[in-house]
Design a protein around this ligand. Sequence first.
Ligand SMILES: C[S@@+](CC[C@H](N)C(=O)[O-])C[C@H]1O[C@@H](n2cnc3c(N)ncnc32)[C@H](O)[C@@H]1O
Length: 190
Amino acid sequence: MQQDFKQGVDFSHQLLSEQIAKGAKLIDATVGNGYDTKFMAELVGRSGTIWGFDVQEEAIKRAKERLEKASLKEQVKLINDGHQNMSNYINQSVDGILFNLGYLPGGNKKVITQAETTLQAVKEGLDLLKAGGVLVLVIYLGHEGGREERQVLFDYAIELDEKAYNVLHYKFINQKKEPPQVLAIKKRTN
Ligand SMILES: C[S@@+](CC[C@H](N)C(=O)[O-])C[C@H]1O[C@@H](n2cnc3c(N)ncnc32)[C@H](O)[C@@H]1O
């Protein structure tokens, strides 16, 4: 029996799994509790590299513990800074970037990703992305500023040159509680 369609986070993981091989270099733009970082560290293996950003020390601490328990710390650099500053830390091209927006579950719900800095980070991320690489955003609408953030990202992504980028929007259109949506941008190779 086939499964239901995947929810946003699982779909973002599926996209990365399809595009990313062992040894790849990835950015986790919103580390949070470190579930995504752990998934990405497993995906790239010991020969890969993950740069993980979060503005909250608490998030970095939780993620570090999770990675240590899973013996995945070696391939991950955790950085307690905003993703909008990623190019201060990374001076090489990367294969993939994941943003899981919003607030830290089980943490301070007032520290939320912001439209302006998220957009800045997406632009920097696309500059760092290799041809063939993919940037994936999981977007939530339920919290304050969520709709505005989605709009700003869509206004930007919809204008990206179709010859240079594939842009994909994944969302359920018949669910009353609006579940997370996925926006994925692939830098084309030809
Ligand atoms: C939905 S959570 C991420 C979930 C996480 N990926 C996981 O697997 O648990 C969003 C995170 O973004 C962080 N954040 C907010 N603004 C940020 C920024 N400018 N740069 C990096 N992280 C930011 C928050 O602190 C929060 O931990």
